[in-house]
Design a protein around this ligand. Structure first.
Ligand code: TXA
Ligand code: MG
Length: 350
């Protein structure tokens, strides 16, 4: 299959192009598109064949459920059995935006979309291109991140082209995404509600509205002995080809540790990369040093993380060391993805 790439120019003609892309979804095809978090790979959420095609294009296990994207709040009533008042409250506060809610599904949603579960994940994205495509695509668009299974989520169309060319019908290039990490997932079928995947909408923001909010214990811990509640979180996602180690501790000790180990690894024939903050990036001696942003600028670090992991792959880096980041608020999402990419390989120096 030849993939059509549609580049949006922020002109009136975009509207026609999005309408065409929407009709591809309505006819059972697959379209990758930007959202404010990462690029999604969209198909008709109410069509079981579309769901099957999504799993196939991604090479993703079909027990890993998809998020259904809507563009109007009232559409939530079509695809869920019950909408608790908590859902209405957090939708008022954070939708459209980077928040996904787990709710009991209605009969309209096929089990192919929910990976066999009786619950459905629902999100209303804020990206204008996503909103239009969902509307033109029939209102219910199932979309996982548009990466091949096991690779970092795409934050620019080029990443999608790398992973999905000739596997899907259309890629809509709407430029770089704003956030760079996937949405927060909150399960509203349990009481108190539980965060299954951290993201830009933090626990503090959610508990400001809902009161008590719990967290899946597996978010930052490898050794909890429990399976994550979001089926997708059990896979070693976001994995770069090189072996990644996260180094935690005081700045001086971290740079000294990384430099000593980078030197040995390079002597042993590795190509070594470092994920560094702006403050320390000048301190490292390695083949490739990538700066993700200032230490206190979580938004910048989040936006760069997946791009940097992909660049290490392209540049043939076989051993990667990363600084560790403060795991509070949005930083928790950054550390969750980084630790998963590292398969929880962490060196603690303090
Ligand atoms: O920001 C995002 O959420 C992006 C954009 C495209 O919207 N989408 C995304 O989808 O990250 P995906 O498929 O890569 O991740 C969805 C996660 C998986 O870990 C999946 O297991 C979980 O959501 N999930 C989906 N439905 C669920 C359900 N009913 N119960 C528990 N977890 C669910
Ligand atoms: Mg994903």
């Amino acid at each position: 299959m030849e993939t059509r790439i549609i580049k949006l120019e922020q002109e009136e003609s975009d509207e026609d192009l999005l309408q065409e892309a929407g009709s591809v979804i309505r006819c059972g095809g697959l379209v990758a598109f930007p959202t404010e978090t990462v690029y999604g790979l969209g198909g008709d959420a109410l069509n079981k064949n579309s769901a099957r095609k999504i799993y196939e294009a991604k090479g993703r296990p079909s027990d890993n459920p998809l998020i259904v994207h809507i563009c109007r709040f009232k559409d939530i009533y079509e695809i869920t059995e019950r909408v608790p008042k908590e859902a209405v409250k957090i939708a008022d506060a954070f939708w459209p935006g980077p928040l996904t809610m787990i709710l009991p599904k209605s009969d309209r949603v096929p089990y192919e979309t929910t990976g066999g579960l009786g619950t459905v994940a629902v999100r209303m994205p804020s990206h204008p291109v996503a909103q239009k495509l969902i509307a033109y695509g029939g209102g219910y668009v199932a979309a996982p991140s548009a990466n091949a299974s096991g690779r970092p989520s795409p934050t620019v169309a080029r990443h999608v082209i790398e992973d999905m060319r000739d596997k899907i019908d259309v890629i809509v290039d709407g430029g770089e995404v704003g956030i760079g990490l996937e949405s927060t997932i909150i399960d509203l079928t349990v009481s108190p509600p539980q965060i299954l995947r951290p993201g830009y909408i933090t626990r503090k923001m959610l508990s400001g509205i809902l009161g008590s909010v719990e967290e899946d214990i597996t978010i930052l811990k490898a050794d909890s002995g429990q399976a994550p509640k979001a089926p997708g979180m059990k896979y070693r996602h976001y994995a770069p080809k090189g072996e990644l180690t996260v180094v935690q501790g005081d700045a001086k000790e971290v740079t000294a540790y990384i430099n000593a180990h980078a030197k040995d690894a390079m002597a042993a024939g590795n190509r070594v990369g470092v994920i560094a903050t702006e403050e320390l990036s000048g301190e490292y001696c390695a083949d490739v040093v990538k700066c993700v942003g200032r230490r206190d600028d979580e938004d910048m670090i989040a936006r760069h993380l997946y791009t940097v992991l992909r660049e290490f792959d392209e540049e043939g880096v076989t051993m990667i060391y990363s600084e560790s980041f403060d795991a509070k608020d949005f930083g928790q999402a950054i550390m969750n993805r980084l630790l998963k990419a590292a398969g929880h390989k962490v060196i603690k120096l303090d």
